[in-house]
Ligand binder design. Structure first.
Ligand code: C5P
Length: 270
């Protein structure tokens, strides 16, 4: 039996950083949305646990990536084996939650492969121990997150919304970006509909990410002037930025016009 799961790339439609907590993590309020684009994880039963990688970002993913997928597997069932194969398409250290999505996909996949029938709430709780974004990645549906990002509340879906993801091929590690936040609380995420709240909202990590990778300003400026582009913002701790588009044709036209050297994918929210 061979089973497959997609590890859907995450975007933060808005990300409000509210406070630095004593443990160094940050209290935040965010609107998570997920794209149809992602990594592919395949598994079959085996005596021992093992992971192989392929794809554009498999080398960049390196041993840490192994660890998150394998750590997810061990957290679910320490004694069971599986042969896992990950096709890594999501850029690494990019604000798209790739590692978190892989861990969440591993939990969903192995729950099925091993016939454990653990409820989705259990997978979310295990996920929350692996990383701040992993709980949201279990369902991979539009959701409000608070706490470190692991406390999840309903948000209306924005399914089929065309989106273009653009990354200037600069890896930006998450920790230093959070560290660079100026510790100024600019207020909560607005209530209401997902896109309405996102439009009024912000990404408070844009300024500290820009300080580390100034090219992010060029990506945002480029996205803003593409025909049909609406909400334009950086995702997570960057450097990937996105624009929502009026239709798929406009998103695909912008994807074809992306400057040489930048990574881009036109897709839809799910
Ligand atoms: O939880 P995760 O491993 O994905 O987080 C990566 C890093 O991002 C943490 O080590 C921390 O420095 C930072 N972070 C934070 N506050 C959050 C989430 C992440 O400071 N709410």
């Amino acid at each position: 039996m061979i089973l497959t799961e997609t590890a859907y790339a995450k975007v933060n439609l808005a990300l409000h950083v509210r406070a630095r907590m004593p443990d160094g993590y940050h209290a935040l309020e965010t609107l998570f949305a997920f794209t149809r684009f992602g990594d592919t994880l395949v598994a079959e039963r085996a005596e021992t646990l093992g992971l192989t990688l392929e794809g554009e970002y498999s080398e960049a993913a390196g041993p840490d990536q192994d660890n998150l997928v394998l750590r997810a597997a061990r957290a679910l069932a320490p004694d069971l084996g599986a042969r896992l194969h990950l096709t890594k398409r999501i850029p690494v250290a990019a604000g798209l939650g790739g590692g978190s999505a892989d861990a969440a996909a591993a939990l969903r996949l192995l729950n099925r492969l091993w016939g454990l029938n653990r409820p989705i709430e259990d997978l979310e709780a295990i996920g929350a121990m692996l990383g701040a974004d992993v709980a949201a990645c279990i369902r991979s549906e539009t959701v409000r997150g608070s706490g470190r990002g692991e406390l999840l509340e309903f948000a209306p879906p924005v399914t089929d919304t065309p989106i273009l993801l653009v990354n200037p091929r600069v890896a930006v590690p998450t920790g230093p970006v959070f560290k660079g936040w100026d510790r100024t609380d600019r207020g909560p995420l607005p209530e209401g509909g997902t896109l309405e709240a996102a439009l009024i909202g912000r990404n408070d990590l844009e300024a500290p990410a820009l300080a580390i990778a100034p090219v992010i300003a060029d990506v945002l400026a480029w996205l803003q002037v593409q025909p049909g582009a609406g909400l334009t913002r950086m995702s997570g701790s960057g450097a990937t930025c996105f624009a929502l588009f009026v239709d798929d044709a406009a998103a695909q036209a912008a994807a074809r016009a992306v400057p040489n050297g930048w990574w881009a994918t036109a897709t839809q929210l799910r």
